[in-house]
Design a protein around this ligand. Sequence first.
Ligand code: CP
Ligand code: NVA
Length: 291
Amino acid sequence: MAILDRSTELKNLDANGQRPNILENRLLTQIYDKPSLRTRLSFNAAMIHLGGQSEFFTASEAGFDGRESLPDIARVVSSISDAVVLRTFSQKRVDEFAAVSQCPVINGLSDEFHPCQALTDFLTIREELGGFTGQHLVYVGDGNNVAASLAIVAAMLGVSMTVACPTGFEICEEVLAAIGQRYSKFSFRQTNDIANAVKDATIIYTDVWASMGQEGEAEVRRKVFAGYQVNEELMSKAPSACRFMHDLPARRGLEVTDGVMDGPQSIVFQQAENRMHLAKGLLAWLIVRSS
Ligand code: CP
Ligand code: NVA
């Protein structure tokens, strides 16, 4: 909540033409092993707006391909930077980096999690729907990194969540067990019955069927997920006030139709812009908590 509140505060200031220099002389280093539009741009813009700077490396430029050990890279980068954003494959790499880092390490997406996206999405939900009480998030599609992070933040905020997915594509069991242990009151279920799942949805959310790194499975996944497209017919089964969300990039015509993406219930571009506002709130909270 502190991160969401800081993000809203900085977003409101920005709307009034104020971009406080709270990260002046601060350096954010970003190291990415996968492509990115929103995440990289959001963190860059956030640093510029708040008076700091951002440096970018591809993972191979930073030496992830074996030029030196990951802990050695982490020690060097974190001794010179005020915060680091890592986008990589295995979450283990993020954890290994963070274990020896001298500065905060932000997960900019791993195979397992996408926390900046989930935080942004709940910031967007709060703006659009006025709060979290009574919200029911229905995630349709692959129980992937985005779904796992949404479940974690939903549990923290007391938002109920249903995942409608094909058998075998549920959110990772270990993640769900950890959430269940910590947030025993979390209202959560997974089902194959997509039509029934959306009946009382206040938000319908989807993501790509094949994530970065799964390109070789794309054809098979298209068949498995064929019945899980968010289209006008599915939206019509939900209450008319229900919003549509997607973290983007979207594969229009696969997990979502143009009609839904561009329709009146869609808030996907508000989500995308909010990545930047959330990045500001997160960086401010991590680097200068008290100012
Ligand atoms: N949603 C998201 O993380 O987008 P990018 O992959 O473009 O950063
Ligand atoms: N699940 C997607 C999210 C992209 C932002 C992926 O990992 O490719």
